[in-house]
Design a protein around this ligand. Structure first.
Ligand code: ADP
Ligand code: MG
Length: 279
């Protein structure tokens, strides 16, 4: 890996996010290509808190299902740069925009990769809390990996504060809005499953499932759709296996939602011939 930022040259921008920009960079001596996320963390306390959390999680994780971190640099002005493996096929969001909706076979591979990643993260007591197409990255081997830990949570002794509102609320599960109605024995992990269900349905439909194709995603509309509406279902024409899988993820009552381990044995993905399962 690089020893300092001056070993790297920029090859262009890969993406923009909340607090910063992700660049494609090349290591001058080895010619290896990486992604470099630069966050302007000097001034804004929220942005700084998020990038520190992301750094801590990337330091702890080492899995083929989670984007790998090769180094972290802090500049004198407070900017933080995270050097990561380059996921050169983009995110599931950019793939959806470029190539259109996903087949069920592709979605089964996506689901298997993301569930393996969540299985790893949850075993480390890490809740991602922001699973959505733009945070699931794809490489040229068509492997899907989980990225962007800015609003993730490391569970330690207490189970509180999961309900604190962070990040986008669109993929948030009903119990994060209303733990009394939908919480059951709420521990936070099931929220990632809800978000996975919405993500798969969005990739199938081509638009965010809780809103109509052109509808504006304001907070009140989303909150009403999530808490008072029926959970979205896969449409007629999809297979029984896919319909059932989505339904198991999108149970409003978090205790009825299937766990990662249960979903890994669901017929929708367990039937796949190729266990490595690229897209
Ligand atoms: P934010 O917290 O600002 O959302 P992300 O980590 O999600 O930042 O990155 C924003 C976008 O940059 C992603 O949606 C993706 O398109 C691109 N990106 C991020 N990390 C990588 C990477 N390792 N390889 C390729 N593209 C990346
Ligand atoms: Mg993101």
């Amino acid at each position: 890996a690089a020893t300092s930022l001056s070993d790297l040259e920029s090859l262009g921008v890969l993406g923009h996010g909340n607090g910063g920009t992700v660049y494609k960079v090349r290591h001058r001596r080895t010619s290896a290509v990486y992604a470099l996320k630069v966050v302007h963390a000097g001034c804004d306390a929220t942005v700084r808190r998020q990038v520190l959390r992301e750094m801590e999680i990337l330091r702890r994780t080492d899995s083929p299902h989670v984007v790998r971190c090769h180094g972290i640099f802090e500049k004198p002005n407070g900017d933080i740069a995270i050097l990561m493996e380059n996921m050169d096929a983009g995110s599931l969001q950019t793939l959806l925009e470029a190539s259109g909706t996903f087949s069920e076979k592709q979605l089964a591979a996506v689901a298997r990769h993301v569930l393996n990643g969540l299985h790893y993260l949850h075993s480390l007591k890490i809740i991602h809390r922001d699973i959505k197409p733009s945070n699931l990255l794809v490489n040229s081997a068509m492997e899907v990996k989980i990225a962007d830990f800015g609003v993730s949570k490391i569970m330690c002794r207490t189970l509180d504060a999961c309900n604190s509102y962070v990040g986008t609320c669109a993929y948030m599960s009903p119990e994060r809005f209303d733990p009394d109605s939908y919480g059951g024995n709420y521990d936070g992990y099931a929220g990632d499953i809800w978000s996975l269900g919405l993500t798969l349905l969005e990739l199938y439909l081509g638009h965010f499932p809780l809103l109509g194709p052109g509808q504006r995603p304001d907070w009140a509309t989303l909150m009403c759709a999530i808490c008072f509406g029926e959970p979205p279902k896969s449409p007629d024409g999809s297979s029984e296996e896919f319909r059932s899988f989505v339904e198991c993820c999108l149970q409003k009552e978090s205790s009825k939602r299937w766990s990662v381990a249960e979903l890994l044995n669901h017929p929708f993905i367990a039937g796949g011939k190729d266990p490595a399962g690229s897209l």
